[in-house]
Design a protein around this ligand. Structure first.
Ligand SMILES: [Zn+2]
Length: 193
């Protein structure tokens, strides 16, 4: 199994007085080609990454709009859908509101409501296939994104806080080596529009 890079999260400073899952809508921005929203810094970084991926013919699409910024009640629904009060021996368990919950059979884990990085608008779940995963492994960290758990290769979160990724400032910095390895120029095809 591929080892996913997991870097610690720095939260954007304007989240300090915000409640997880109940963010001021002014802090959220829509994201490219996805019906979802992220914290404005994460959204900007995602947009940069989205466009870089697109150039490589890779589409970064959220699994659903509820898998971008996730309001508290949606996180509750997600949690209740995946965990149950019925004990399951040897299965992952979590304490929520003083009660113990066990992961249901065949379900992916979810954060305890009020603690998810989705509730801060910095996490996004992506439709993953081999091509997408390979691209992300090669590039996500450059754009400030990394994973949270080895068992969830679809869940990435923005870790640079208020800072935008370096890959933003300048257009993809071309090294001398890559100039040499310039791809053969495509036959000049006149764009039709
Ligand atoms: Zn997620």
């Amino acid at each position: 199994m591929t080892n996913l890079p997991i870097n610690p999260v720095v939260l954007p400073s304007d989240l300090k007085d915000q409640e997880n899952g109940n963010l001021d809508v002014k802090l959220l921005s829509p994201i490219d080609k996805n019906n979802g929203r992220l914290h404005h810094v994460a959204a900007k970084a995602f947009s940069i990454m989205f466009n870089a991926a697109k150039k490589d013919k890779v589409e970064l699409i959220a699994t659903s709009s509820a898998d971008t910024y996730r309001a508290y009640d949606i996180q509750v629904r997600t949690f209740e859908n995946r965990y149950s009060r019925i004990p399951r021996l040897g299965q992952e368990s979590k304490i929520w509101q003083g009660k113990k919950y066990w992961l249901k059979k065949g379900k992916a884990g979810a954060a305890i409501p009020g603690t998810s990085n989705h509730g801060y608008g910095i996490a996004i779940d992506l439709v993953i296939n081999d091509k997408v995963l390979e691209w992300l492994l090669n590039n996500a960290e450059k754009y400030g994104f990394s994973w949270e758990s080895q068992s969830e290769n679809w869940h990435i979160r923005y870790v640079l806080g208020d800072k935008l990724p370096k890959a933003t400032a300048t257009k993809t910095t071309t090294t001398k080596a890559s100039t040499a390895a310039k791809p053969k120029p495509a036959k000049a095809v006149k764009p039709t529009k």
